[in-house]
Write a protein that binds this ligand. Structure first.
Ligand code: SF4
Length: 655
């Protein structure tokens, strides 16, 4: 018997793990695997969905189980989602009186509403159970009758990560979901106490996940529809599977094996990015680090970022906080990553460094901000490329040195001035250097519709792109969806006598314009126009036999949808058909023997190799109907090969 379980993703952000939409964290997926193993059929909603519709959570009743994952230890600015606040979490705990409730994730370490404030560890009111340590291990222990606590253990979590992979299909951004993949937890610098502010040493010394475990999870995610992956859950990817002291020597051959195994598990992946790289590792083991970076560049996808936790350019602050790298070490590491990764593929740099600064650390003085600015100016003057500079205020956690030793609130004006200077004097020229005029950014996913609409590519810290249009645009896929809808309406023409197209110009419309500029047709215009022009007479219901496609939302569906009309006066048969399969072409055959002498008068196809291609002001005719390249009427039958994700129309004249 299965029971109901709901996972509420309140989002997580830690130094070595991101789980804010469109990212989905390994915690959530492992918890889904545990729930499946205990006989639950887990559902998944994000905190953004619950905010918009509280009934999604409130519908849970007695006997149900709700598990929430939440917590920020390095809060940032987010576009894809708004993380749950402590107040929201507690309100949810109070609202959910019927079901049993459990909460886990970094929120159990402590909470502060924003950077610059101490994160206070406190009981989270309203929840029945707090999952301590690894949320999945703790949940499994508790559901098995034990205490809700337990440390991470890959022999347990690897099978759960496979079993929980299908949960990604319930993410509201699916299939544009970035799967944060775990390769390690814990930090080798825990032996020397770790950096003063960091919570990663709470997980102890590094525990590395096996390549086999990672590859099996990636294969399961890929089978569930994932195409975007980031190796983000670890403090230093260069140290993967290495040991020995504070700064283990990189093992390039192991990274090569890791990337090969991931590629084999997800052969048509679209994104494979990384996150944290310790600049101290590069500075201390330059040759091995160069070979390891080369393995990453060979195995990943372009536009990648190696995020350096630099924190400060003030040597006194580095020393006072036991940080991992002196400013000169970081500068050398920037040079090395530029050497290995600044080459461009498709106009986009392969792998560039990103720099993270923290303000409020012990030992900071006004001069620290001058040193930070001078460091960035040195990078600019050296002609180096840096993809991103992140500046945040310390959020000290209980149990870290920085909880008691910090300079929070002492240099607020300098903090704001440094941020402002960086945005105007560093980011602007650097962005022009990294993305010169003419750079093509492909596959932008619109996240904030409007005018302009804002979107980003799937990836590690992608650049925010503003497009002066009301989007989403009509892509080939949208055209196929519209074509399929028209087929459905035609088949129901005994009941549907009129169907009006409400939006004609701009917002989700068939025609797009620019103020004072041109107008152009969206791809969806064409199936609408051609169907309106050629569907005439009686509607014939085809008896279709077609392959099927497994979909997350609609179950198993036939890949073909078709309808035909017979105009007895014009003696013309019009056949409309869509191939919904995004990857495979399908052979389509219609017997015409009953119509006698038949001739193909017109065969039209709407398709594109890039199914997200759309018509724009600069390229208004990118997606237009064209003569069908693979269609004929021979031997009493219409035969055609239908391209993946395509809409086709065939007009057959009968003597
Ligand atoms: S090197 Fe420092 S910042 Fe990085 S994970 Fe270890 S303790 Fe944290």
């Amino acid at each position: 018997m299965t029971s109901n379980a709901l996972i509420i993703d309140g989002y997580v952000d830690e130094p070595a793990c991101l789980g804010v939409a469109p990212y989905i964290s390994p915690y959530v997926r492992d918890v889904a695997g545990v729930l499946s193993g205990h006989g639950y059929a887990p559902r998944y909603v994000t905190i953004d969905q619950v905010r918009a519709d509280p009934s999604l959570a409130a519908a849970c009743g007695p006997g149900d189980l709700v598990v929430m994952i939440a917590g920020m230890t390095v809060p940032g600015a987010y576009i894809g989602g708004k993380p749950a606040t402590l107040t929201e979490v507690q309100q949810l705990g109070t609202l959910l009186r019927g079901p049993t409730t459990a909460i886990g994730g970094p929120m159990t370490f402590g909470y502060a509403p924003e950077g610059g404030r101490k994160a206070i560890r406190q009981a989270i009111a309203g929840f029945d159970v707090t999952l301590s340590g690894s949320p999945a291990v703790a949940l499994d222990a508790w559901l098995s009758g034990g205490e809700p606590a337990g440390a991470g253990d890959y022999s347990l979590t690897d099978p759960w990560s496979v079993a929980g992979a299908p949960i990604i299909a319930q993410h509201p951004a699916f299939p544009y979901v970035m799967c944060e993949i775990e390769t390690a937890t814990g930090c080798s610098r825990a032996t020397v106490g770790g950096c003063s502010f960091c919570t990663e040493p709470f997980y102890g010394l590094p525990r590395y996940r096996s390549i086999e475990g990672i590859a099996e999870e990636v294969a399961a995610l890929h089978a569930a529809g994932a195409r975007h992956f980031r190796l983000g859950r670890q403090p230093d990817l260069l140290a993967y599977q290495s040991s020995g002291g504070e700064f283990p020597v990189p093992r390039p051959e192991v990274l090569e094996e890791l990337f090969s195994a991931i590629r084999a598990s997800a052969p048509d992946l679209a994104t494979l990015h990384i996150d944290n790289i310790n600049p101290g590792t590069i500075a201390r083991h330059e040759d091995a680090a160069r070979a390891a970076l080369s393995a990453i560049v060979a195995g990943h996808t372009p536009g990648d970022i190696a995020a350096f936790g630099m924190e400060t350019a003030d040597p006194a602050v580095v020393a006072a906080n036991n940080l991992k790298a002196m400013p000169d070490d970081v500068f050398r590491a920037i040079e090395v990553v530029n050497d290995m990764g600044a080459g461009r593929t498709g106009g986009i740099p392969e792998l560039l460094p990103g720099l993270n600064f923290i303000v409020g650390l012990a030992g900071e003085t006004a001069a620290t901000f001058d040193l930070n600015g001078a460091f960035l100016q040195r990078v600019l003057d050296a002609g180096l490329l840096v993809r991103r500079v992140n500046i945040r205020q310390l959020m000290p956690f209980e149990g870290t040195t920085a909880y008691d030793e910090n300079t929070l609130g002492m240099h607020d004006a300098r903090f704001r001035a440094f941020k402002e200077w960086t945005r105007t004097h560093f980011d602007e020229p650097m962005l022009r250097r990294v993305f010169p005029v003419g750079t093509v950014l492909s596959d932008i996913v619109i996240e904030i519709p409007g005018r302009p609409s804002f979107g980003r590519q799937m990836g590690s810290y992608p650049i925010l792109v503003g497009i002066p249009l009301v989007l989403p645009a009509g892509s080939v896929l949208d055209a196929v969806v519209v074509g399929s809808l028209l087929i459905t309406l035609l088949r129901a023409s005994d009941r549907v006598h009129a169907a009006c197209l409400a939006q004609l110009v701009n917002t989700i419309s068939a025609i797009r314009t620019e103020p004072g500029g041109p107008a152009w047709r969206q791809s969806i215009f064409h199936p609408f126009s051609l169907t309106a022009r050629h569907a005439a007479g009686d509607v014939l219901r085809p008896d279709l036999t077609a392959p099927t496609l497994d979909t997350a939302k609609h179950g198993t569906v036939p890949v073909l949808d078709a309808v035909a009309t017979w105009d007895a006066d014009a003696r013309r048969l019009a056949v409309f058909v869509v191939n919904r399969d995004p990857d495979e072409a399908v052979i389509f055959e219609v017997p015409l023997v009953a119509f006698g002498d038949a001739r193909l008068a017109q065969a039209t196809e709407l398709a594109d190799d890039d199914r997200f291609a759309c018509n724009t002001q600069d390229e208004p005719d990118r997606v237009v109907p064209h003569a069908h390249p693979r269609a004929a009427v021979t031997d009493g039958a219409l035969r055609a090969e239908l391209a993946p994700a395509s809409w086709s129309m065939f007009l057959v004249d009968v003597a």
